[in-house]
Design a protein around this ligand. Structure first.
Ligand code: SF4
Length: 166
């Protein structure tokens, strides 16, 4: 299975807690005003990359990384491929953070079972579109203050939104 990606960082400290590899997934329909990366909105931006090739890179980085972050673009537009990738990442023992322009509520109520499946496989969701007028109050890992850093596994268990804490 292939995934269209616009970028890959072997290690980053600013896309979630700890040292992480980051996959920038191409394609996004949210059209946020002053999007931080317009090029990534195009679904054909970047390279079509096999899940196996991505996994190989992650395994090489494993001695130093604690997890993987999906950014974009909009990762939930590639939910099927990312669900397959996430299953493999979880077996490696790495945690998964994911940025999305969709809110947690939009994803759990989505008619698209692949989106719900992907959510079930990630540890932390940073949700909501980018709102430029709220960027001044953004936190370390968010682009604007409307976005929440959600502990997905705890939220699923408790059936309410539980924010991630260190
Ligand atoms: S969700 Fe992200 S990539 Fe998509 S338009 Fe908004 S800022 Fe840009």
């Amino acid at each position: 299975m292939k995934l269209q990606i616009g970028g890959f960082l072997d290690n980053s400290l600013v896309n979630g807690a700890g040292l992480r590899s980051v996959i920038f997934v191409s394609g996004c329909c949210h059209n946020c005003k002053n999007c931080h990366n317009n090029a990534m909105q195009h679904f054909d931006y970047g390279d079509s990359t096999s899940i196996d090739d991505i996994l190989e890179k992650l395994v090489k980085n494993m001695p130093i990384i604690s997890g993987v972050t999906f950014s974009g673009g909009e990762p939930f537009e590639s939910s099927l491929a990312l669900s397959k990738l996430s299953e493999e990442i979880r077996t490696l023992g790495l945690n998964i953070w994911c940025y999305s322009g969709y809110t947690y509520e939009e994803i759990i109520h989505s008619e698209d079972s692949n989106k719900r499946r992907l959510l079930s496989l990630i540890d932390v969701l940073i949700d909501g579109e980018f709102h430029e007028e709220l960027k001044e109050d953004a936190s370390k890992y968010t682009g604007s203050s409307n976005q929440r850093i959600i502990d997905v596994q705890k939220s699923s268990l408790e059936n309410e939104i539980i924010l991630w804490s260190k």
